[in-house]
Every structure is written in structure tokens, then in C-alpha cells.
Design a protein around this ligand. Structure first.
Ligand code: PLP
Length: 407
């Protein structure tokens, strides 16, 4: 029997970062000593008090469905955390808890966009942003960024792409929103307050919804993080996404949340209720402990990441033909390897793009990197420093040896 799949399946791309993780696991299973700079999660275990709260939740019978948009107790904990961080007090009706920030993002796009719409996404982008937009039926409108300025928007390119714009006011009514991600995956870039304010002003003038993905909000190293809501004096329509995953080393617990206008949250809850019923109950109880409990383990993790950031930065910049700016946040470096493209391997293969380069590094050095081409950034590789300083030094040394073999 021939199976006919929906057009939706053809429309979206598989997550190639997850594919690289699977490839690394397969090589390790064969006994190969693989160094994985592809990881998108902290290498630390979830702090002990959060794990205890998860165990207690099961013993106390939190093993059943919860309200579709999340437990009130967790929404109140989110309300408290956000109030402490930003000074802004949200109503619990403005909060939806999902199975990871990814689910919040996906249903936000489905609630807000549809066929015929366009959504501004800045390139390099996290691989899932264009796919969330496509899943909703809309199309991404890709806009360049400036690498030397923490990958802030290239406002000239934005001006050109939104067409008809006098003072950034576009006549293209099909543009419905914009996705911002600072600190960024894949670049680690942290935008200046001025750049975010400018995007808020442009969005307000054009009636766009701003989706601000603040998944890496606690991992900002050189300055204090400024949540978009604290900069929104113009009153743009903002939807903020946050996650327990990276901050609390809880990627497997699958809890993230969104804060937005009550009307948007209600629409998202309707979609979520008919797709996953509710977020994971045990994860929700553990998240209450994470948000309201001892924050020292989070600060300790951040300090470790900051140390490793310096180690990877120094190691990468010591390589011939590689340049890398210091990322202000997250746990990713985004070096420019373009000087090594179009070179020839010992087997006579020409490295045309960073997919080829990343494959070459994996095959010859057993080091996993992620091709920037997959994030819309030709010539770049993404390397995660969520691993020990020793492994970082060792891995970059191996890359150096492989690069030396190229002609
Ligand atoms: C930029 C960004 N947003 C959102 C997520 C989603 O995280 P989660 O679904 O684990 O909350 C990730 C995870 O890699 C990410 O990098």
C-alpha cells in the first residue's frame, strides 16, 4: 500500500541539530571517542532540591492531568519570578505553561499567524523559528544581522525587506509579527537595549506582535539581562517565551511558559488543550521549587559557563583562518570558518559549505560541530561550550589538526 502523507510534512524540515546529536550518539555506541560541541543543553544535572521536589510530587500524587494551561501554583511562581526580575506584575491569566518553551512558541505561531502572513525572523536564526512559522501556514521573512554587533538586526536590510517603508512604516499588511531571540541560539549574541527598543517601535508602528524568546535569559555574562517588557514604553504587543530547560538544567522535564495578552493566552490554551491536554504534572511541581527555591546552583552554573566561554574563545581565536567575537550570552560560540571553505581534503573532496566542513571535522577529528548554513549563516560553525574546559581545549586541538590537513 502506498502511504500518502500530508503536505505539511513536506513543508517543514527535520531538526538537524537533533540529527547531529543522534549521529554523535551512534559513533559513541561504536566505541569512538567523540567530543560533542553540538549539544544544546547544560552538561550539569538538575539541582538536587529540584529533583527532590519532583520525587515528592510523585509520592504526593501529582501523577494526574493538571489544568490545560498549567497549575495555578506554578503560574503564581512564574508571576513572582517575573515580578522580581522585571518589576512587572502579570495576571495569572496572562501565563500559559507548556511542555517546553518549544511548544509555547509553536502554538503561539499557530494562534497568531496563518496562510498569507509573513513573520520577520533574523538570520542566523534558531532552526525551529522558520518551521514554527511554516507550521502555522505563514512564511518567514528573513532579515540579516550584523555579526560584529552581537548579531543585532541590520536595520538597513530590514528597511529594504519590509518595502514601502518610510521611517520603517511598511505598506505590506501581510507582515504580522517578528521573532526576537536575545541571548541567541545559535550566535550567543545579546542585543543592546537600543536595538530592542527600535524593534519595539517599528513593531508598534506596524501593528506586529513581537515574540521575544528569552529562553537563555539567565545566561548573560557581561551585563544585566534586560527583559523586553522593561523596555516596552511604546506599548507594542509582546509575547515573552521562557523556559526551565537551560536556566535550571531541566531540558528533559519539558517545562516552558509564555506570558502575553490574555486573549492570546486563551487562544494558545485552546490549541494546547487539543494537542497535549496539559504540561507534565511532575515537571510543573519541580518547576515551582526551581523558581522559588535556592538560586545558588544557577549562579554556580553560570559562573562555570563564563569560565568555559573564555577558554573556548581563546582556543578558537588561536586557530589559523578562524575569527570569533565574544558572545554575550547563552553557551554557544559562532566562529567564522569561511577561510577554510573551498579547500580540498586528503581524499580530494572540496569543502563547499559548512555542512561539508562539519562532516569533515566529525570524520577526521571525531568532533561534533553544527553547520552555520543550517541557521542561515554561511561560513560559520556553532560550537557549544556546555562541556568541561579540558574537553574544550582537547576538541579545538583536534579541529586544528584536521584543518592543517586541508589544502
Ligand atoms: C532559542 C531557543 N528557544 C527555545 C528553545 C526550547 O527549549 P525548551 O523547549 O526545552 O524549553 C530552545 C532549545 O534549544 C532554544 O535554543
Amino acid at each position: 500500500m502506498s502511504i500518502s502523507l500530508s503536505r505539511l510534512v513536506d513543508k517543514i524540515k527535520p531538526s538537524f541539530t537533533l540529527q547531529m546529536t543522534a549521529r554523535a550518539a551512534a559513533l559513541r555506541a561504536k566505541g569512538i571517542d567523540v567530543i560533542n560541541f553540538g549539544v544544546g543543553e547544560p552538561d550539569f544535572n538538575t539541582p538536587a532540591h529540584i529533583i527532590e521536589a519532583g520525587k515528592k510530587a510523585m509520592d504526593d500524587g501529582y501523577t494526574k492531568y493538571t489544568p490545560g494551561s498549567g497549575m495555578l501554583e506554578l503560574k503564581e511562581a512564574i508571576q513572582t519570578k517575573v515580578k522580581n526580575d522585571t518589576g512587572v506584575l502579570y495576571d495569572t491569566n496572562q501565563v500559559i505553561v507548556s511542555n517546553g518553551g518549544k511548544q509555547s512558541l509553536s502554538i503561539a505561531c499557530q494562534a497568531l499567524f496563518e496562510e498569507g502572513d509573513k513573520v520577520v525572523i533574523f538570520s542566523p536564526y534558531w532552526v525551529s523559528f522558520p518551521e514554527f512559522v511554516r507550521l502555522s501556514g505563514a512564511e518567514p521573512l528573513l532579515v540579516d544581522t550584523v555579526a560584529s554587533k552581537q548579531f543585532e538586526p541590520d536595520f538597513d536590510d530590514l528597511h529594504t525587506k519590509i518595502v514601502g517603508g518610510y521611517d520603517f512604516k511598511t505598506t505590506d499588511r501581510s507582515i504580522k509579527g517578528v521573532i526576537i531571540n536575545s541571548p541567541s541560539n545559535p550566535t550567543g549574541g545579546v542585543w543592546s537595549d537600543e536595538a530592542i527598543i527600535k524593534m519595539l517601535e517599528i513593531s508598534k508602528a506596524n501593528n506586529w506582535v513581537v515574540i521575544s524568546d528569552e529562553t537563555y535569559e539567565e545566561l548573560v555574562y557581561d551585563r544585566k539581562f534586560t527583559a523586553i517588557d522593561t523596555l516596552n514604553n511604546v506599548g507594542a504587543e509582546v509575547l515573552t517565551i521562557r523556559s526551565m530547560s537551560k536556566t535550571y538544567a531541566m531540558t528533559g522535564w519539558r517545562i516552558g511558559y509564555a506570558i502575553a495578552n490574555e486573549i492570546i493566552v486563551k487562544a494558545m490554551s485552546k490549541i494546547q488543550g487539543q494537542t497535549t491536554s496539559c504540561p507534565n504534572a511532575i515537571g510543573q511541581k519541580a518547576s515551582v521549587a526551581a523558581l522559588l527555591g535556592n538560586q545558588q546552583p544557577i549562579l554556580d552554573m553560570k559562573n562555570k559557563f563564563q569560565e568555559r566561554r573564555q577558554v573556548m574563545f581563546d582556543a578558537l581565536n588561536s586557530l589559523d583562518g578562524v575569527t570569533c567575537d565574544m558572545p554575550g550570552g547563552a553557551f554557544y560560540m559562532f566562529p567564522d570558518f569561511s577561510a577554510h571553505l573551498n579547500k580540498e581534503t586528503k581524499d580530494g573532496k572540496i569543502l563547499r559549505d559548512t555542512f561539508d566542513l562539519s562532516d569533515y571535522i566529525l570524520d577526521t577529528a571525531s568532533v561534533v560541530t553544527i553547520a552555520g548554513d543550517g541557521f542561515g549563516a554561511k561560513g560559520y560553525l556553532r560550537l557549544s561550550f556546555a562541556t568541561s574546559s579540558e574537553i574544550i581545549k582537547n576538541g579545538i586541538k583536534r579541529i586544528e589538526e584536521s584543518l592543517k590537513e586541508l589544502k
